[in-house]
Design a protein around this ligand. Sequence first.
Ligand SMILES: *Cc1c(COP(=O)(O)O)cnc(C)c1O
Length: 239
Amino acid sequence: MIDANPRRSELRESLTRVRERISLACQSAGRDPDDITLVVVTKFFPASDVVLLSHLGVTDVGENRDQEAGHKSMEVRHILEEPPRWHFVGQLQTNKAASVAGYADVVHSVDRLRLVTALEKGAAKAGRTLEVLLQVDLEQGTERGRGGAAPEAIGELAAAVAKTQHLILRGAMTVAPRETPARPAFQRLESLAHELRREHPQADWISAGMSGDLEEAIACGATHLRVGTAILGARPPVR
Ligand SMILES: *Cc1c(COP(=O)(O)O)cnc(C)c1O
């Protein structure tokens, strides 16, 4: 298709490829692609990309740094009548929680009690409600963690979220280990998510799968994929 805006054609093509991967993986897993939310992780990329993505039908975007996300969401709000839903997917410092509660719709990275308290306070102050996922660290001890609570701590965290007024517990999230295959981690997350749902029936989201492992995540019940590179291209190295 001819498009005067090269970035738009690029994003359209990469988005189509990712949607095809999702649809194929759903076919093999016997799942309905409508049950999967694609969260496009736009960190390091400008607000103009979020606008283009929104015009291409993207409804959910993810960010992992508070300052960047805050600015970008404000910029986008001025341009789009129907801005996307903002997902905060990165490790979150307690002192940034109030800020994040001001613009994020979903926080995927709740991993400690102090963060629950800080997000609840921030959401109350902003007069907002946040959907939250509990991030599980499935590689404890093997490598420096990528954030997340120990699997044993999830029950207590869930109970704390359930007691708040402004946070809604929606499920569990993980980032697959870097060095080992993703599937065992995603299977472990799926079973933890099932346990969580027994106590908290509305917590039926599973956030797993990124550019490199979205097929495995779909096979293991993921409802939310967080895909950056495969859609936006390479980012500068972070750490
Ligand atoms: C950056 C990031 C992603 C996206 O990763 P890609 O490999 O670029 O798809 C997903 N989840 C989290 C928590 C991230 O920080």
